[in-house]
Design a protein around this ligand. Structure first.
Ligand SMILES: *Cc1c(COP(=O)(O)O)cnc(C)c1O
Length: 378
């Protein structure tokens, strides 16, 4: 079966007891047993829940993985991946990884003796230099946030494996519809299901996928021990969102192309970042390793912070808000909002400066989106 079909059917046969076409929300914490050691596959909902199980089967199928686990948030999935490590291990992470990932590594995980350092993962020579004898994981995103840099997933996975390290990809920005890192050699994929997988800005969730049974068993054990599970309603909402992932991603992408081309031709815009544009420095790599370029567009404005602030408060359809990947278009200022947990000098070095604006292009009518940006930039 192909992607759009699997998104609707994988893990979701009609309910055997009632014929319900849609998996029910199993709002239960516990399950009646036949005997002290005999149950119907479920004993307690921190360990397993049928609604969550349906979501996990579907997510595994979409990512081309043998196994998937659903989490209470993207951060809890990333936290679980880091708990695969031991004190003394080192993680190499993208210098412009999601701000919450940097915060987790530096302010939480570091206290338990897991070291981390950041490098520009688009430069393989910089990666080679940054690898340490105790590097046990390369944690990458592609495209990155907010500058949409594209890294060579297959090359980085190769370098990780050569060093005896795991290659982990946060695939939130493209979703499995456009990119499947396990097929490029990654060991583990994580997602903020809050974004494109859920797709409607109405749920916080996470996901982890892998083809490796031992890694899956360890992550499952961590989840059961730590308890970072999504409730059945949240699992159900993500499963409902995923059914339209293929349709939504196509529209996010065509709208993003339209917006990116409009911005590129606008006199107030000095630079546009979208991997689908031939002007993007890694356009060729992006086109080779992914099947599409997604719905995120960043750009720089002549006039710096004053102009950016002015624009951010003048859009009528683009809502000024953090997050991304929902049906509605959002606009935000990375330096002051989503990347604000990263120190200012680091942001300056990365190019996340006051003139930078990020869009999550939704699936509204593209004419309305371009008209809205036109009036906000006037
Ligand atoms: C939002 C996001 C996260 C964190 O996910 P939550 O669901 O908010 O916990 C991690 N990685 C990326 C790329 C994100 O965009």
């Amino acid at each position: 079966m192909r992607f759009a079909t699997r998104a609707i059917h994988a893990g979701q046969p009609p309910d055997p007891s009632t014929g319900a076409v849609i998996p029910p929300v199993y709002q239960t914490s516990t399950y009646a047993q036949d005997d002290v050691a005999v149950h119907k596959g479920y004993d307690y909902s921190r360990a397993d829940n049928p609604t969550r199980w349906a979501l996990e089967q579907c997510l595994a199928s979409l990512e081309g993985a043998r196994f998937a686990l659903a989490w209470s948030s993207g951060m809890s999935a990333i936290d679980a991946v880091l708990r695969l490590l031991t004190a003394g291990d080192h993680v190499l992470v993208s210098d412009d990884a999601y701000g919450g990932t940097h915060r987790l590594l530096r302010q939480v995980v570091a206290r338990f003796g897991v070291e981390s350092s950041a490098a520009d993962l688009t430069r393989l020579d910089a990666v080679r230099e940054a690898m340490r004898p105790n590097t046990r994981m390369i944690l990458m995103e592609s495209p990155t946030n907010p500058l949409l840099k594209v890294v060579d997933i297959a090359a980085l996975a190769g370098m990780a494996h050569q060093a005896g390290a795991l290659a982990v990809v946060d695939n939130t920005f493209l979703s499995p519809y456009f990119q499947t890192p396990l097929a490029l050699g990654a060991d583990i994929v994580v997602h903020s299901a809050t974004k494109y997988l859920g797709g409607h800005s109405d749920v916080v969730g996470g996901a982890l996928m892998t083809g490796d049974e031992a890694l899956f068993q360890r992550a499952k054990f961590i989840q059961k021990s730590v308890g970072s599970v999504p409730g059945p309603w949240d699992a159900w909402l993500v499963l409902r969102g995923v059914k339209t992932l293929a349709l939504r991603m196509e529209r996010h992408q065509s709208n993003a192309f339209r917006v990116a081309r409009f911005l590129e031709s606008h006199p107030a815009v000095t630079r546009v970042y979208y991997p689908g544009l031939p002007s993007h420095p890694q356009h060729a790599l992006a086109s080779r390793q992914a099947r599409g370029h997604g719905g995120m567009v960043s750009f720089r404005l002549a006039g710096g912070l004053a102009k950016a602030r002015d624009m951010l408060t003048r859009t009528r359809i683009f809502t000024l808000a953090e997050s991304l990947g929902g049906v509605e278009s959002l606009i935000e200022h990375p330096a002051l909002m989503t990347a604000a947990s990263v120190p200012k000098d680091e942001l300056d070095r990365l190019g996340v400066t006051d003139d930078l604006v990020r869009l999550s292009v939704g699936i509204e009518d593209p004419d309305d989106l371009v008209e809205d940006l036109t009036q906000a930039l006037a």
